[in-house]
Ligand binder design. Structure first.
Ligand code: G1P
Length: 289
């Protein structure tokens, strides 16, 4: 019997170098996709997977994230007074229940592994999800929910993967599999940013994980890996000596919102998919072509 996955860690402290200058004063995961920040979609995806507590790992100057998920009495009163109750309802729908969110400062950008390690006390001794919010995933069943389904089936640790675009595998964490049959396969290894030509497969780690709390011991050593950073991939590779890891090729489409064109594609795709405004979005986009 596996323990339920109730908490998710969202490392958001990155500088957003690839989406500057827009991300200079707006945290990159607060950039809009159509009418809401990226993080709003990530929280929805997490909720669809049964997540009840959100642990944001933030950096300096990212107060906008906490403010977004907090009440804004002045705005709410103004909307109420003006009778804009439908807009007010949309604003209020974004608010978490009291106590559902924690915010931890990562005091230095030492890498993804370090960011996840910062959550150790809030996670405690239970399995948890990690979601990289740059990667926005459109899927009929939420990507993280697919990972939780896989976890309920095989337990251990789950890493969501997908085929890397031709020639780009060296930019990511890449997994090695013990045979490839169907979408869920046992892993035999993983490597962060392998030199071109040495990749053990074309499947890259695309940003959703279910991990056992034992990962924190493996991160404790603070060893530096690719790019001089404390890498989550290296700690997972160490944990794999003691616990099973499965790679899940999820069903859906990933948009890398840490990239200008990825952000644009996500904007278009999510606008088109909106039941209420998709038609208007389509007409507006076609008129530009
Ligand atoms: C991180 C992870 C990498 C993963 C990637 C997905 O790398 O370390 O394993 O494939 O996210 O975006 P980063 O993009 O922070 O270099």
């Amino acid at each position: 019997m596996t323990k339920r996955v109730r908490k998710a860690v969202l490392p958001v402290a990155g500088l957003g170098t690839r989406v500057l200058p827009g991300a200079k004063t707006t945290p990159k995961n607060m950039l809009n996709i159509f009418d809401r920040p990226i993080l709003s979609y990530i929280v929805d995806e997490a909720r669809a997977a049964g997540i009840e507590h959100f642990v944001f790992i933030v950096g300096r100057g990212q107060g906008a994230i906490e403010d977004y998920f907090d009440a804004n009495p002045e705005l709410e009163t103004t909307l109420q007074t003006k009778g804009k109750t439908d807009i007010l309802a949309e604003v209020l729908a974004e608010l978490p229940k009291p106590g559902e969110m924690s915010f931890i400062r990562q005091m230095a950008p030492l890498g993804l592994g370090h960011a996840v390690w910062c959550a150790r006390d809030v996670i405690g001794d239970e399995p948890f999800a990690v979601m990289l919010p740059d990667m926005l995933m459109a899927a009929p069943r939420a990507a993280l929910a697919q990972a939780v389904d896989a976890y309920d089936k095989v337990g251990g640790n789950i890493v969501v993967v997908e085929p890397a675009p031709e020639g780009e595998a060296h930019k990511y964490g890449i997994v090695a599999l013990d045979g490839r049959e169907g979408r869920l396969n046992r892993m035999t290894g993983m490597v962060e940013k392998p030199p071109p030509g040495t990749e053990p497969s074309n499947l890259f780690i695309s940003g959703r994980y279910i991990l056992q709390p034992d990962i924190f011991d493996r991160l404790e050593r603070q060893e530096r890996g690719a790019g001089g950073e404390i890498q989550l991939t290296d700690a997972m590779a160490r944990l794999m000596a003691d616990q099973p890891f499965h790679a899940l090729e999820y069903e859906g489409v990933t948009y890398d919102c840490g990239d200008k064109i990825g952000l644009l594609r996500a904007n278009v795709a999510f606008a088109l998919a909106r039941p209420d405004m998709g038609e208007a979005a389509r007409a507006a986009i076609l008129a530009l072509l």
